[in-house]
Each structure stands twice: as structure tokens, then as C-alpha cells.
Design a protein around this ligand. Structure first.
Ligand code: GLU
Length: 500
């Protein structure tokens, strides 16, 4: 049977990076199995709906390159893919389930249920309490019909039969058993006619012919109810296989990574920035922090999935080949931001200059650097083995775009003296008259000059570096001089002398 998987986020705010990992694993599995990857928006909880969240989800998936084959914004034969557009469908199935004897109408008002909860600490609506409540299992059929006809509000609840073990064969966790007597009679259809997550999720997974459900661990307990729903509808034969992914844990300490950890540890925990109503509800994303999407994908792939072997850098194609649900761990995966950084460094280093320049262009524009594409390509090429984030090109490497702002004083103290100042001045004038201002010619000429003056490389090259970049950590000095050009190079050599 052709594999069909779905990523089914609820648009309740920015999509957490864990959600992106869930999407990624679904995507990798679908691609590997030559299956279909679907984006379904689960927005039936109107109270938690946040405007802009759906667009955010789609933009985030596009940024990391996980394009759905079908779904909201992508079309497909099984739409609509937004649950609020499917209300009528759930209605029909909820009533069908009542007719099949696996669900019932309940007329208890929220106030009545609250009173029960106040009176009984552990009150749940279940196979015991339902016998003393206001529902179609207790009322006589005529009264039920009459109440519905006169428009009394009601919900539809799942009728959980006690006394059986529900066994889930999770592809990551193996057998997981739940006792039905411990489950409550979940609401399936709310009084406003909207389905709950449970009903909508199961009806849609069935109608969209989903073969594998790959989702976060927090949904494991709900799966027991889901199995009962599949049975109630008579859909056991096509019930999807379940895989519940491990939690993503904080970088240090215990507990799962939360959106608050972003501010706490100074790290992004969302793919893209999100502007909430307050500063506390606004978050910086991996994209805005200067990550390449490929690095984020590689990092997330290894957050819970253990391919075995030493390979850490995987292209998306390699991930698709190597991925397997069986190699996903059960226990929480620690969010190691240092690792994310090291991936980003490697991906930036390996990226071609033209693509990098295109990504750095808006950052350079924002700084007011007026540079040509050709210049920007050379600049990123020179710097790319020295940066971790895209911003570093214009932050750490600002000196390729504007004069040096501060010098490595410690090195200057050690190396600058009267003799050196004299040869440095002589060299500056020599450089000012070079014919061909390119790295090779400069290197030849400067080395010849050093020989004539019996200078060691350490006497003069560090000073040239500092003159051009303010630091010893800048790129190769002759290349740097070449892209800066004669005028800027000479100006910087003079500026250093004047500053001493
Ligand atoms: N709407 C649920 C969520 O927001 C989906 C859970 C599932 O994949 O079944 O995570």
C-alpha cells in the first residue's frame, strides 16, 4: 500500500522547532517510501486559534524545504485540508458513531459538570459516572429525541467499554498497553458543532488514507482513544501504524525544551521569528539568527534519530536514503545548540559563494554597505571558513566593507616599534605604487621586500593583517588586500601608522 503520512499542526502560535522535526521525519519517510506527504491544519479549537499561525507554518516548511505534496496551500484530491472547512464531515461521522452504539449524546451543561468537579476531586466522565449523568444512555429515547428537536445543547461522547486492554504497536516504542477502565468518555463533537481533536484527527486520517502516524510523544495517551474510534467506526483494517517521537529536552538540566528556553538560554527554538503581542511572546527564529536551512534540517534529523556509524553531515538526499523509524530513540533528545552551530559553520563553509552572497545581500544592505555582487561574492568566499552565522559576514567581517574600527592592541604592543614603523612606512609607499593589485603579485612583491630588508614574516605580516582587519583572525592578508583594492589598502596602512 502506498505510504501516506501527514503533518497536522494546530495553528495556535509559532511552530516550535520540535514541530519542524515532526514534519521532517514525516517528510523523510514519505520520500524514502515514494509516498505522499500531506499538510493538514488542525484548527478545530477555535479558542486557541491564532491569526497568522497557519501562514507561519507554511512559510517555515518552505524555508526548510519540506514541501508537502498535498495540503493547505498545496492542493490535492483529498481536500479540504483545513479542518474548519470540514465541519459537516465530522458531524455525519459523530452521529454515525452514536447509531453504531459507540458514542452517545450528553446534555450535561458546563455548569453542572463544574459542580461535579468541585464536589468530587477526581471526577471524570466515564463508564461509572455516566450512569448518573444526563445522557442518552440514561434518558429514555423519546426524551433524547425531544431534547435534540427543541435545540437543547449537547455534546457527543465516545462510549468507552471498561475491562479490556488496548494494545498499541508503536514502531518506536514497541507494545504499549492502556486499560480501557482508566479512560474517560472523551467528547467527540462539541456543543458548538465543532469536532474535538480526537474525532477530526481520526476521521481525517481515515478519509485521507493515512498509513503511518508519526507525531510527538505527548499524543501517545490519546492513541488509546484513537484505537477505540477506529474500532467503533469499523476501520481497524486500515488503521495507521503509530510512531511516537521522543521529546526534545532542554540544552541543560531536566525537562522538555519550551518556548521560554529560547530567551533563557539565548538560543532560537523556532524556525522563523514570530512577532507576538508582547516582547515575551515574540521569538527569534533560526532563520533570523543566521542559520542555513540545510544545517537546521541536518541538526533536527539527528535530534532523536540515530543512524549508527560516524557520519554526521547528511544531505537531504542522504537523509532520505538512510532514514528509518526503527532507529529513532525512545528517550528524550537533548537540544545541543553548540552542535547546531557547528553544523551551520560546516554548511556555510561548503556553500558556493554566489548563493551565500545572495543570502548576505539583505544583511549588507541593512548595514548600508554599497557593494557589487562581484565584490560580495569575493568577500563571502574569503570569510566563509571563519563564520558561524550569516550575520558574521557583516558583523565579525565588517572590515571588508568599512574601515577598521578597533585594533588588536595586545599584538600591536608586542610587535610595533620604531624600526618596524620605518619599514612599515616604506612598504606602504611601495604598495601605493604597485601595478597589478592582485593577491599573487602582492605576495611576491611583499615577500621580496621582506627579504631585502631581512625581515621575518612575523615582523610585518601580522601588522599588515591588523592594518587591514584590526584583528589577527581575519582572512588571508594578500587576498584581503586584493579585494579591498589599492586605495582602501593604502588608506588602512596609513591609518595604522597614524594611530601609533
Ligand atoms: N494537531 C495535533 C498537534 O498540534 C496533531 C497531533 C497528531 O499528529 O495527531 O500536534
Amino acid at each position: 500500500m502506498a505510504v501516506r503520512v501527514r503533518f497536522a499542526p494546530s495553528p495556535t502560535g509559532a511552530l516550535h522547532i520540535g514541530g519542524v522535526r515532526t514534519a521532517l521525519y514525516n517528510y523523510l519517510f514519505a520520500r524514502q517510501q515514494k509516498g505522499t506527504f500531506i499538510l493538514r491544519i488542525e484548527d478545530t479549537d477555535q479558542g486557541r486559534y491564532v491569526p497568522g499561525a497557519e501562514d507561519y507554518i507554511i512559510e517555515a516548511l518552505k524555508w526548510v524545504g519540506l514541501l508537502p505534496d498535498e495540503g493547505v496551500g498545496f492542493g490535492g484530491p483529498d481536500g479540504p485540508y483545513r479542518q474548519s472547512d470540514r465541519k459537516e464531515i465530522y458531524h455525519k461521522y459523530a452521529h454515525d458513531l452514536v447509531a453504531r452504539g459507540h458514542a452517545y449524546y450528553a446534555f450535561d451543561t458546563p455548569v453542572e459538570l463544574d459542580e461535579r468537579r468541585q464536589a468530587e476531586e477526581h471526577f471524570t466522565y466515564n463508564y461509572i459516572s455516566r450512569n448518573g449523568l444526563n445522557n442518552s444512555l440514561v434518558l429514555d429515547p423519546e426524551a433524547v429525541q425531544q431534547r435534540i428537536a427543541q435545540g437543547d445543547p449537547f455534546v457527543i461522547r465516545l462510549k468507552v467499554e471498561p475491562g479490556r486492554s488496548i494494545v498499541i504497536h508503536d514502531l518506536i516504542r514497541g507494545e504499549v498497553v492502556f486499560e480501557s477502565s482508566e479512560l474517560d468518555d472523551k467528547v467527540l463533537l462539541k456543543a458548538d458543532g465543532m469536532p474535538t481533536y480526537h474525532l477530526a484527527n481520526i476521521v481525517d486520517d481515515h478519509l485521507m488514507r493515512i498509513t503511518h502516524v508519526i507525531r510527538g510523544e505527548e499524543w501517545l495517551p490519546s492513541t488509546a482513544h484513537h484505537v477505540l474510534l477506529y474500532e467503533g467506526f469499523g476501520w481497524q483494517e486500515t488503521m495507521p501504524k503509530f510512531s511516537h517521537l521522543p521529546l526534545i529536552m532542554k540544552p541543560v538540566g531536566n525537562g522538555k525544551l519550551s518556548k521560554r528556553d529560547g530567551a533563557k538560554f539565548g538560543i532560537p527554538v523556532f524556525p522563523l521569528s514570530w512577532k507576538g503581542d508582547t516582547p515575551e511572546e515574540s521569538f527569534e527564529g533560526f532563520r533570523e539568527a543566521g542559520f542555513l536551512p540545510e544545517a537546521v534540517v541536518n541538526f533536527l534529523a539527528l535530534l532523536g534519530w540515530h543512524p549508527g556509524g560516524d557520519q554526521e553531515i547528511f544531505t537531504k538526499e542522504e537523509l532520505i536514503q538512510a532514514f528509518s523509524i526503527e532507529h529513532i530513540g525512545k528517550s528524550g533528545a537533548r537540544f545541543d545548540f553548540e552542535k547546531a552551530k557547528s553544523f551551520n559553520q560546516k554548511y556555510i563553509h561548503a556553500k558556493d559563494n554566489a548563493s551565500l552572497a545572495a543570502m548576505v545581500r539583505p544583511l549588507a544592505d541593512a548595514k548600508g554597505y554599497q557593494v557589487s555582487d562581484a565584490f560580495l561574492e569575493k568577500a563571502v568566499g574569503l570569510m566563509k571558513e571563519r563564520v558561524t552565522f550569516l550575520q558574521d559576514f557583516v558583523e565579525t567581517g565588517y572590515y571588508l566593507f568599512e574601515p577598521v574600527k578597533s585594533n588588536d592592541e595586545e599584538t600591536l604592543q608586542k610587535r610595533w616599534n620604531g624600526d618596524i614603523a620605518a619599514v612599515f612606512a616604506e612598504l606602504t609607499e611601495k604598495v601605493a605604487t604597485f601595478d597589478s593589485f592582485n593577491a599573487v603579485a602582492l605576495e611576491d612583491a611583499i615577500k621580496q621586500f621582506m627579504q631585502e630588508k631581512q625581515l621575518k614574516p612575523g615582523d610585518i605580516l601580522p601588522l599588515l593583517r591588523i592594518a587591514l582587519a584590526g584583528t589577527m583572525k581575519g582572512p588571508a592578508v594578500f587576498e584581503m588586500a586584493e579585494i579591498l583594492g589599492r586605495e582602501a589598502t593604502v588608506a588602512r596602512l596609513r591609518a595604522l601608522q597614524e594611530s601609533r
